[in-house]
Design a protein. Structure first.
Length: 123
């Protein structure tokens, strides 16, 4: 479950239509506004992807000038934090106990630079 707070700026002549569209489409709740051009919208979504779809949908309402994220809470963040809290803070590959011969670096800037011309095209 994700909960976020948005500040939505709208054209004054579209204010009522935007508020109505947000509420009627179930995109969020409008707990407060300035009565003219700024709304606070609270959005609940299943996950971050659904949240982003809602933001884009609000942006596409005629008369909306901008949608700005002011606050977000995500259970996904809590799950990631829990995973990191229960993980080893230093990966084994970075441990002093790993012999240098076993460490492999896969990149080579010189080879990459040789493969590409100054135009950025691969030779």
């Amino acid at each position: 479950m994700n909960i976020s707070g948005l500040v939505v700026r709208v054209r004054p002549d579209s204010f009522e239509n935007v508020v109505r569209a947000i509420e009627e489409r179930g995109l969020g709740e409008v707990p407060t506004h300035d009565g003219e051009s700024k709304l606070v919208v609270v959005v609940e979504a299943e996950d971050t992807a659904a949240e982003m779809i809602t933001y884009k949908t609000i942006e596409d309402i005629p008369g909306v000038l901008s949608v700005e994220l002011a606050y977000t809470y995500s259970e996904e963040f809590d799950q990631a934090r829990e995973y990191l809290d229960n993980s080893d803070p230093v990966p084994e590959a970075l441990s002093d106990d790993v012999p240098i011969e076993k460490i492999r670096y896969g990149g080579d800037v010189r080879n990459w630079m040789r493969r590409y011309s100054s135009s950025g095209e691969e030779e």
